[in-house]
Structures are given as structure tokens and as C-alpha cells.
Ligand binder design. Structure first.
Ligand code: TRP
Length: 320
């Protein structure tokens, strides 16, 4: 199967280990095999906050994170929503293909509303999954490497693609999600790892910042360290983090720590994470913001070309 890979991130802050094991590692592996687009989803930032915040700085940081983990701009088109008018325009016909009820029952949207700091919920919060369908379909993406929380959005995209094809003409492929095959990494408080929830380990944190974050992680008072996801989820999550970084099974690490307690566990996790991230952090320092923005300009150009072609096909299919 010849795939076109599309995925992306909101520029709301630095990427973290949850992103890495959930999606970034897959992207880096796929870039040698398939054409790939990576989206900086700047219009998606204003779903759960009133203002885009430090958007330019966050875009630059995201670009540097991409280069640091090994995405190669010669292979991957890195682009942003706001640079591609034709992608954004696809949202209009797409919105007409889904019902308000379908928009309202998206579990990821519900979860984001629950964690939002806003007093009211804005319209984009309910409709951005359809915008995300435009993100994926503008380039006729077929494979979408994402974390588990994004599955409802990929489902929405499949729905939009099928309905457009039925109603007008067979323009779009029906894409598939691709999840990391490893265990789910949670945040240091046991909830979903998320930059806005303050429980994440950023890829770009210093070694000292990483140590401080892990020191504050929730554990329990049992001295014997065991891997028990059901009854000791926080300890299990720390073991999972170390296991992913070291490429070793959680139980083996737990046995090694034995009666060392939370302190020994946290030391092990800190060393594992810092060793794992050292080459990524080094690569990050080797790139400049200017270089990163040159890569973005080229990616924008390539993505826009693609979006213009697809929007033409869509207008033809709709006989506009
Ligand atoms: N919703 C994704 C996130 O919050 C970002 C995103 C926007 C995305 N458009 C996308 C991911 C298209 C995959 C495909 O991280």
C-alpha cells in the first residue's frame, strides 16, 4: 500500500515524552518510506483558550522539537494552518456533511471541555474535529500517526471522506490511524500527559528540570516496587517511562529496584529519561530558529500546492 502520511501538533508549548512515544517515534520511522506532511495546527490553539498566546515562539519551539527528534525537512513538508487558505476553505463543505449530534458526542472534545479554563465553550471547540478532517484530507492522507486521544478525530475524518464521496464524487481516500505500539505514557500525576496540565516531561527540558519534575511525581508509600497497573498506577507509569527509554520490560526494572522504594525508582527514571533525551537535546541546540523557519516556508509552499489541487477537485465534484 502506498501511503501518504499526515499528522500534526498544536503549537501550545513544547513537545513532551507522551508525544514522543505516542507519535513522534512513528513519524521519524515513516519519513523514509512514505511522503509525509506534518502540520503545526495553529488555528486549533484557540479551541480551549481565548487567545493564541505566544504563538510565534511556540511555532519556533515546535519546529526545533521536530528537527531535534530527527524529522528531516527534505523528506517531510512541515507547514501551518494559517499559511494554507485552501485547506481552511475545505472546512465549509465538510461541516455540511456532519450533524450537530455527531459533533457533540466526540469524547476527546468532551474531555477538553472538562479541562478547559474557559467559562464558556466556543464553536471551534465543537467543530475543530471537522477542521482536522480537512487537515488530513487536503493532501489525501491515508495514514495518521497519532496518540489514542486523537482516534475520535480520525473517525470523524473517515466519516467526512465517506460522505463526501457518496454525496458528490470519489475524491477522498478513507484514512487510517496509526498508534504507537508501546504502552500508553501517562503524566507524572497519573492523568493524561499534557503540557497544559503541568504533568509532562518536555523533550527540551534541562536535565535538572527533568529531575525536579520526576521528584514531584506521585507515587505511594510501599517500599517494595512492583509493576501493578491496576492497584499502583502511578508507580506503574514511572516504570513504563523508564522501560520505554531503556528498551527493557517494566517488571525487570521493578525487580531490580526491589525494596528501594520511590526514591530509588525516581532515580532510575530520571537517569533513564535524561540518557534517552540527551542526543535529542543536543540536536536541538545544533539548529537555529532561522533554519527552522526556512524549513517551514518550504513546507508551506509544498502543502499549499497540494491544497489548491484538492480544493479544485472538491469544487468540481460539487459543481461549483
Ligand atoms: N489535534 C491534534 C493535537 O491536539 C493536532 C492535530 C491537528 C492533528 N490536526 C491534525 C493531528 C491532523 C493529526 C492529524 O495534538
Amino acid at each position: 500500500m502506498d501511503h501518504i502520511v499526515l499528522t500534526g501538533d498544536r503549537p501550545t508549548g513544547p513537545l513532551h515524552l507522551g508525544h514522543y512515544f505516542g507519535s513522534l517515534a512513528n513519524r521519524v520511522a515513516l519519513q523514509d518510506t512514505y511522503p509525509m506532511y506534518v502540520l503545526i495546527a495553529d488555528y486549533q490553539v484557540i479551541t480551549d483558550r481565548d487567545r493564541p498566546g505566544e504563538i510565534q515562539r511556540n511555532v519556533t519551539d515546535l519546529l526545533l522539537d521536530y528537527l531535534a527528534v530527527g524529522l528531516d525537512p527534505a523528506k517531510v513538508a512541515i507547514f501551518r494552518h494559517s499559511a494554507i487558505p485552501e485547506l481552511n476553505q475545505l472546512m465549509l463543505p465538510f461541516l455540511s456533511l456532519v450533524s450537530v449530534a455527531e459533533l457533540s458526542r466526540n469524547p476527546t472534545v468532551k474531555d477538553e471541555i472538562a479541562h478547559s479554563s474557559q467559562q464558556t465553550v466556543n464553536g471551534l471547540m465543537f467543530t475543530y474535529p471537522v477542521h482536522q478532517a480537512a487537515d488530513i484530507l487536503f493532501c489525501k492522507g491515508t495514514l495518521v500517526p497519532v496518540g489514542r486521544d486523537q482516534l475520535p478525530h480520525v473517525e470523524m475524518t473517515r466519516l467526512v471522506a465517506r460522505r463526501f464521496n457518496e454525496r458528490y464524487a470519489a475524491v477522498f481516500p478513507v484514512p487510517e490511524a496509526m498508534m504507537g505500539d508501546g504502552p500508553l505514557v501517562k503524566g507524572l500525576d497519573g492523568g493524561k500527559m499534557s503540557k497544559s496540565r503541568g504533568n509532562a516531561i518536555p523533550l527540551s527540558a534541562t536535565e535538572d528540570e527533568t529531575a525536579a519534575l520526576i521528584r514531584k511525581a506521585r507515587t505511594d508509600s510501599e517500599r517494595l516496587i512492583t509493576f501493578d497497573e491496576r492497584d499502583r498506577p502511578e508507580v506503574a507509569n514511572l516504570l513504563t517511562l523508564a522501560a520505554l527509554c531503556l528498551g527493557r520490560p517494566q517488571r525487570e526494572l521493578a525487580d531490580e529496584i526491589g525494596y528501594g522504594g520511590a526514591a530509588a525508582l525516581k532515580r532510575l527514571v530520571t537517569d533513564a529519561v535524561n540518557d534517552f533525551l540527551r542526543p535529542i537535546r543536543r540536536r536541538r541546540r545544533e539548529h537555529t530558529a532561522e533554519e527552522a523557519h526556512v524549513a517551514l516556508a518550504e513546507g508551506n509552499r509544498r502543502a499549499r500546492e497540494r491544497a489548491i489541487t484538492t480544493l479544485d477537485e472538491v469544487r468540481d465534484a460539487m459543481k461549483f
